[in-house]
Ligand binder design. Sequence first.
Ligand code: PSU
Ligand code: MN
Length: 308
Amino acid sequence: MTSIAIADEVRAALAAGQAVVALESTILSHGLPPGRNRKVAQRLESVVREAGAVPATIAVLDGKVWAGLSQAQLDRVCDPESGLVKLSRRDLGPAIALGQDGATTVAGTAAIAHAAGIGVFGTGGLGGVHLPLPGRVTSWDVSADLDALAETPVLIVSSGVKSVLDIEATLELLETRSVPVLGYRTDHFPGFYLRESEHELSWRVDTPAQAAKVFAAHRQAPGQAGVLLANPIPAEFEMDRELHDRLLADGIQLLKDQGVQGRDVTPVLLEHFHTASGGVSLDANEALVVSNVTLAAQVAVELAGAES
Ligand code: PSU
Ligand code: MN
């Protein structure tokens, strides 16, 4: 792996065996509107600190990979004028070689976090398996987030996958790729804007300490896979199911009408939800990512305590 510029505070925490939490930047640059994204960036770093861990937001700036960003760097990531590209794991080489600015997805962030020695990562929604295009039986749009999870021994906290995805296929693939999925205080896989999907999970944990214990044992077991800790959106921010289903149906139609494909699908769909719901989905998105990042920090603190 290329050299990573690790912020001083992050480096010191890692050297001392203290808790560190990786945060992605695509949710900031491509998942949330300008202005709001900067506030969320600040809030995520604050909740990590309040839980006793050090935040390491990950991005590529001027072709350099960063783990831990300054305030000015966060400004840059959140400014649409900066024109950051969305970087999945495969895009890291080109972005570095060509000296570009880019925001890392879950796949890109997980790879960099692991290379930097950071084991825990909190985010909003994980990429997954898309529904097939009209006329097709299977979809070839499968997020590289799933492969990254299968090949990177990190623990990722998320509230499930976006509602436009095929949840059943996503969970099947995670099973095939030997990624354990733990429900946090739930027996069902969460539905991102909704607390529950109909899909049952094999494993459940009820405390950060239990999650840390599972992750520690998992790392000792054979294989390189990560762990997915699935944390439902806080109850008071769960979206009304009817509104959700209507936005989803309209969103899918919009993607079809505009011929949106590939890496643009997620940002276009999120933007549709945010505008068409009058900001309800935006509040939901912020609440769930704050909750996930808080839980990630609590798990990281437990892990650091167990290892010291
Ligand atoms: N889901 C969200 N918000 C996001 C993303 C997903 O609700 O911002 C971002 C994450 O960075 C995730 C990426 O890793 O989209 C997945 O994109 P794709 O499906 O193109 O792999
Ligand atoms: Mn995709």
